[in-house]
Design a protein around this ligand. Sequence first.
Ligand code: SF4
Length: 403
Amino acid sequence: MTENADLTPSDIAAVLDRAADGGRITPEEALALYRHAPLHALGAAADAARRKRYAGTEHIATYIIERNINYTNSCVTACKFCAFYAPPKSDKVWTRPLDDILRRCAETVELGGTQIMFQGGHHPDYGVEYYEEHFSAIKKEFPQLVIHSLGASEVEHMSRISGVSAEEAIRRIHAAGLDSFAGAGAELLPARPRRAIAPLKESGERWLEIMELAHNLGVESTSTMLMGTGETNAERIEHLRMIRDVQDRTGGFRAFIPYTYQPENNHLKGRTQATIFEYLRMISIARLFLDNVAHIQGSWLTTGKEIGQLSLHYGADDLGSIMLEENVVSSAGAKHRSNRMEIIDLIRKAGRVPAQRTTTYEHIVVHDDPANDPVDDRVVSHLSSTAIEGGTAHPELKLLDAR
Ligand code: SF4
């Protein structure tokens, strides 16, 4: 992709005005804005587009309470940016038994969580049957929990292990209890950067093909982007274009969630992270370019709470989750932790009214009166722990006290 090199400042202002008003912009225009639009003007246009989309509820910013449950770190795919996995024959491999997983679900329910994100490596033996067994067991005991988990990469892997088509894999895990895909594994969709960081993963085209298939089977998803492993600006915009094209056909991506690469404990160690400015520019350009994706999520986990807060002024309408447990991004160095009261306070201080949401973005409770704020101080994001007093961390993973 080449940008429109001859865009003048007034051309850029005109493109920003059109996008702020909800008009579609081309990939070339998006690249020009991403590179050259003044940051404040980009943010203002994205915020205007957000307000227009959410007219009537534009004063609200949402969060969700969920738990990431990591079922194994065994993985045959060996992505270079990943600090979580262990090769299958390594003595560092662990798997989490079903009763432990169910206990973590029980804690999630007790703490007011509504969603679990089942997340793990590409285990050499885990086919469709493994996920069917686990999802149906979770749904049997906790029908109120939404299973928003996995992504196209896991579908590709499990269907290969079980010798079935991706379509059959999706149908079966959906029938067993999977509600929606979390869109993991998108990383960077264009071929060059994807091969550089995840050479054993399916291609970006295949990732999108499986997500499109899922959408057509009634399983919606979110979409993600990993920034900062050496991709170019043009490749970032190409990633957005690939998502937007599928979304034009399916409408199945509920949200777009960019996050920044964390450089510790992996094979890319030392490579440059995306800067905070690049991240904020991406939040804004996503809001403007992805005119067909409803929600843009700010990520306080990888960029920090203040930047998460700032993202609400650059086009984001949601701050994602208070993760009662998270191990994957944390393993690579993301050490930001928060709790429910702090997230509510952050959103309020950003000038918005906080609201807890469901997976499908309905408001569960709108915190419009501080006097009625929740007071349960156990709703805290943790690393590798059980969230309730007396719980035990997995021995391979460190327990940090987040309080
Ligand atoms: S990112 Fe996922 S697929 Fe890649 S190595 Fe890590 S656990 Fe495996």
